[in-house]
Design a protein around this ligand. Sequence first.
Ligand code: SAH
Ligand code: MG
Length: 212
Amino acid sequence: MPVAESVSRYISTLFAKEDEALTRARLDSPRLGLPAISVSAEEGRFLQVLVQAVQTRQAVEIGTLGGFSGIWIARGLLPGGKLYTLDIDAKHAQVARTHFEAAGVGDRVEIWVGNAHANLPQLEARRPFDFVFIDAEKEGYLRYFEWAVINLRPGGIVAAHNALRGGKVVNPAGDANSALMDAFNRRVAADPRVVSTIFPAGDGMLVAAKAG
Ligand code: SAH
Ligand code: MG
């Protein structure tokens, strides 16, 4: 089950305080007609901690939306580091661009517009990557994960959002995306190339570290 709201608020108040740019990025999405499906602040902070822990020069995000999670990731990069963030929707990319600029990370973020499945092979030219965050269509997760494991440096991390689907992965019958996510979680859990788990904040963050 996702953690209680009071616990979530406790964590975010202490550790994941939003500045004005982050709050705007989170609130702007629904206001501008984008879906309100950003990561939570504590999940964002968790991403930033991971990015910083593995000393990330190059990060990839699949699923930009309005840039909320991307700002957290970009703020964890080493000086001179880069985030490549991919989204199929040009409007999302345009909104995200303004949020990256407002957050002071515009120079560190490249937005690649188009189907990530088509763009990832091009992005390979910039490998290796230290960190990959998967947060796009659930049908694509297994392929995105495969790409990440191949293109990460040893010791690099791949994170994937919505691993718990509000708790529905425990009994996914009748919900296609939850069934997909359950299958994804089982595949990653059994993958000998990574050490992995699910961190149960927000909607669940699967984290997998590539063996060194
Ligand atoms: N990471 C964001 C939320 C991403 S929502 C945050 O937490 O702030 C999922 C995004 O994935 C949407 O913006 C959607 O347009 C994008 N998406 C869906 N399918 C895609 C695909 N095949 N390639 C690239 N992006 C895709
Ligand atoms: Mg998500």
